[in-house]
Each structure stands twice: as C-alpha cells, then as structure tokens.
Write a protein that binds this ligand. Structure first.
Ligand code: NAP
Length: 482
C-alpha cells in the first residue's frame, strides 16, 4: 500500500543552522524524501544559513554527501539528488550579528510561504526571532520552527515564550517535538478516536495501568557536556514522554484541530498530582568492563545528573483516578525501544476450570523499532486436549502493511515540516503546554538539587536500577520486557 501525499503550497524554507548535525541527518534528508514523494513542490526552495564559509558548490557537495549517507531508500537516484540540490542555496549569516540578514531578505520570494527553522542551540532562539523582526524579513504569514530544549525550567520557558511573543503570534510558533510526528503516535489517536471499540474501555474501570518506555542502548557519547546540564528529566520526561502520556490520557477532542487537541493535552498536565518522592527513581550508569561510566562520558567525575528515570504518575480526574501511569527512560539499557503499553485489567472470573491465570489484554503502541500496534489476546490453544488457553498477538507492524522502504513511511521530521508549511499546529506544543509541563517537573528537580541527591548506579546493558523494579513490585506489577 503506497502512502498518499497531498502536495503543500509553494514555500521558501530557511534552515538557520543548516550546516549542523540535525540539518544534515534529519531535516535535509527528510525534505529530499518529501520531494521524491511528490509532496514538496518542485518550485519550493531551501535556504541554509550558518556562520561557516561555504561557496554554493561546496555547500551542495556537503548536502550531497549527507543525502548519500542518511537517505537509505533503495529508490533514491542521482538525478533526484541533483534536482533537489538545485532547490538549495547557502547564505553566510550570524544569528548574533548583522551579517547575512540583508542577503537573506533579498533571497526570499514574494507570494510564497516563508518558514524559518531554528536548528541552532537554544541560546540563539530569542536573538533569531528578534533579528528576523528587526530586518523586516517576516510577515504575519511567516512561521518559525523552534527546536528543543524549550527552556530548562518554568522560568526560562516563560521568558523564552515572552521573547518569541514580541516578534511572532502564537499561531506562527511551531515548537517541535519529533515524537509527535511519528506514525504510531498519530495512530494512537486514530486508534482511540476512529474506532468505537477502545474508547468505552479507556478508563480506570478497565485499564489497570499504563507503561510508557523510551529506552536507549547507547550512552551520552559525544553529547556528554550538553547532557550533563540537562539529565533524563529535562531531556526526555518533560517533553517526549509527557507528550506521549498526554495523548494516551487526554479526553476526546471535539475536532482534530490544533486548539482542541492542545486544550485536551493541557488539561491532562493540569490534572497531574504532584509526584511523591517514593514514586520516582533516578539512576546513572556505571562503568562496566570496557564500557565507560556516565561520569567518564560526561567528563564530570562528580556528576549527579541522572541518565535514567522511572516514575509513577497519577491523574486526579474522573477517567483515570486509580490507574497509574508508569514512565521510564534511560541510556545504556538492554535495548533501544520505545512503546506505550496499555495494560487492561484481568478478566474478573475464569470459567475455565483447568486453566491457569487469565491475563489482561495489553495494547502496545510501538514507536521503535518496528513501528506498529499490537494487541495481546487470549485464545484457545489449537488442537484437541481440552480448553487450554494461550496468548497470541494481533499484530499490525506498519512496515508489513505499508512496505519498508523509507519513502513509504515518512520520518517524523519530514511530516512535521510539511505541517509547518500547511500551517497546522496540531502536532506541535503550545506555549502554555510547555510551561505546564515544566511546572510539574520543576519541584522534583528543585528537590534533588536542594538535597544534592545522588542517582542510583546501574549496569550498562541492563534494565536500570533495582529500585525501578521495586517501584512496580510494591504495587504488585512488573515492567514489560521491551
Ligand atoms: P550543531 O550540530 O551544533 O549545529 C548548530 C548549527 O548552528 C550549525 O549549523 C552552526 O553552524 C549554527 N550556528 C551556531 N552559531 C550560530 C550563529 N551565531 N549564527 C548562525 N548559525 C550558527 O547542533 P544540532 O545537533 O544540529 O542541533 C541544533 C538544534 O536542534 C539544537 O537546539 C538541538 O538541541 C536540537 N536537536 C538536535 C538533535 C540532533 O539529533 N542533532 C535532536 C533533537 C534536537 P556554524 O558553526 O557554521 O555557524
């Protein structure tokens, strides 16, 4: 089944930080794939800007290399790559100075959509917004895309929101969280709101608990210095896991539009109980044979930054009171895997005298690897010999349905960039949502800082600290193997 694409309107997209890692690995390959898929108009243009010196030819060679390396599709060919490169130009520009802004203003075409992707460090977000305004480069129809991290606490997020608001209206600001662009995450909404089957069961009467896991098998590696100032709570829980949590727990919005969906997500964050100290576990990976410790990799031998978090969150609202949401994320764990597992309650009574325990169904929304949805069901084991029961998966792995060439399933970034051009903010975070999420995590972080709390050590390649197992065991539950 080929994915359908609806072309977007003509645009000039400016990637500020167009020489950086994100542009090279995700944004430019993503745009190339959208051009191949027929979604990016052939007249659209991409203008990359940064401080480095590049001639146009040198820059095109740089992007050609990036496409060769990061576009895996067997369908790509040289002709398509050269056609893409013709849409591309480079401008030397300084976010903190005056160089490059006039040439940029002259380059932009009239009558097409202008989008500015801030693919730079967070300290440059506000200066960029200010300079775009100062040099009269933007109009009411321009959009800006702001990368993570959006602040490092409530106060800094509020300050950044206020700074951006001086130059742009909220409907022009696209705060990106690429988890929201994943096929499965959007499918979670389709599953919930386009099928009558699940919604009547989607509450604490029928759901025992929910587990949200984002596990990585690698450590902080080259990002150690940056990560050490952040940690798993700021880097993952406050944004990615919180977004997955909101989409799982929210009420059905009246319509699938940016305001309705984001209103419902905000209500979830506001219904969160303050977290108890006993309901949160912090960990940090230790050295293991040749594998360096977090402290070695971060270059900070006294670091108390966490590379692992597991926590239990409770919502005080009619739908969810009594159903905990367990969130965990960490580095250097056994596998790289992300999923939302909705664990239904066990059947109330077994009529099958010989059979053992009846287990609750588990609906798993898998983000990576093998994006897809799986529902565990109990059936009779085939064959004679009485009523023996067994669990089987109802499996919908998208690669099997849509084909596994990457041109068939758009990557999160490319999908979200097309949404920016369309002006659709449904899958982007609103300012008040980001602030509410910081408002929930801030007291937790503050408490650790005040106590100078040390994270529990855990082994590389395992499942995190032992205390995280206890977090579940004390409630009579267990983490799923991911
Ligand atoms: P990076 O590799 O360090 O690239 C930063 C870019 O900004 C470079 O193109 C750099 O080019 C440019 N730059 C720096 N100072 C500038 C200035 N004063 N004026 C104009 N351009 C300037 O960083 P990155 O990994 O691409 O990350 C970019 C943003 O995306 C960050 O906010 C990061 O947190 C976020 N992000 C990245 C990833 C990822 O996978 N890389 C994932 C999620 C979020 P010059 O040095 O030539 O100026």
């Amino acid at each position: 089944m080929a994915a359908q694409t609806i072309p977007v309107d003509d645009f000039d997209l400016v990637i500020i930080g167009g020489t950086g890692d994100l542009a090279k690995r995700k944004i430019l390959p993503g745009l190339f794939r959208r051009l191949c898929a027929g979604q990016m108009p052939e007249t659209a243009r991409i203008i990359c800007a940064a401080r480095s010196d590049f001639t146009q030819d040198e820059f095109k060679s740089f992007v050609r290399e990036a496409l060769e390396k990061f576009v895996k599709s067997k369908k790509k060919n040289k002709k398509q790559i050269e056609f893409f490169l013709e849409r591309l130009s480079y401008i030397k520009l300084d976010a903190l100075g005056d160089e490059g802004w006039e040439p940029l203003a002259k380059t932009l075409r009239k009558g097409v959509i202008h989008a500015f992707y801030f693919s730079v460090g967070p300290s440059l977000f506000a200066p960029l917004a200010e300079r775009l305004l100062k040099h009269k480069i933007t109009n009411d129809n321009s959009r800006i895309v702001v990368e993570k991290p959006f602040g490092r606490d409530l106060a800094s997020a509020q300050a950044l929101n206020a700074e951006l608001a001086r130059s742009f209206n909220e409907d022009q600001i696209f705060r990106i969280d690429h988890y929201l662009g994943k096929e499965t995450v959007q499918n979670l909404m389709a599953l919930r709101f386009a099928n009558a089957l699940f919604e009547p069961l989607w509450n604490s009467q029928h759901i025992d608990h929910v587990q949200i896991t984002v596990a990585e098998s690698i450590g902080v590696e080259g990002r150690g210095a940056y990560y050490d100032k952040s940690g798993a709570m700021r880097d993952m829980i406050q944004n990615h896991l919180m977004q997955l949590f909101c989409l799982t727990a929210m009420e059905p919005p009246a319509t699938f539009d940016a305001t309705s969906v984001r209103d419902e997500k905000l209500k979830v964050i506001k219904a969160l109980d303050p977290i108890l100290e006993v309901d949160i576990v912090r960990g940090q990976y230790r050295a293991d044979g040749d594998s360096p410790s977090y402290q070695d990799e971060s270059g900070n031998p006294d670091s108390t930054t966490e590379s692992y978090i597991a926590l239990k969150a409770n919502l005080s609202n009619w739908r969810w009171v009594g159903t905990p949401f367990y969130l965990r994320t960490g580095k250097k764990l056994r596998n790289r895997a992300s999923e939302i597992a909705v664990v239904f309650k066990d059947p109330p009574h077994s009529i099958f005298a010989d059979s053992q325990d009846l287990k609750g169904n588990v609906l798993t929304i898998r983000l990576q690897p093998d994006e897809g949805i799986n529902l565990s069901m109990t059936i009779k084991e085939p064959g004679p010999g009485g009523m023996r029961l067994t669990e089987v998966p109802l499996d919908m792995t998208f690669a099997e349905v849509l084909g596994d060439d990457e041109l068939s399933i758009p990557d999160a970034y490319e999908r979200l960039i097309m949404d920016v051009i369309r002006g659709d903010q449904t899958l982007f975070m609103r300012g008040d949502e980001v602030e509410a999420a910081w408002g929930w995590v801030d007291p937790i972080i503050k408490n650790w800082e005040e106590k100078q709390a040390k994270p529990a050590p855990y082994d590389a390649g395992g499942n995190g600290p032992d205390d995280s197992l206890m977090l579940m065991h004390k409630d009579g539950r267990r983490w799923r193997e991911v």
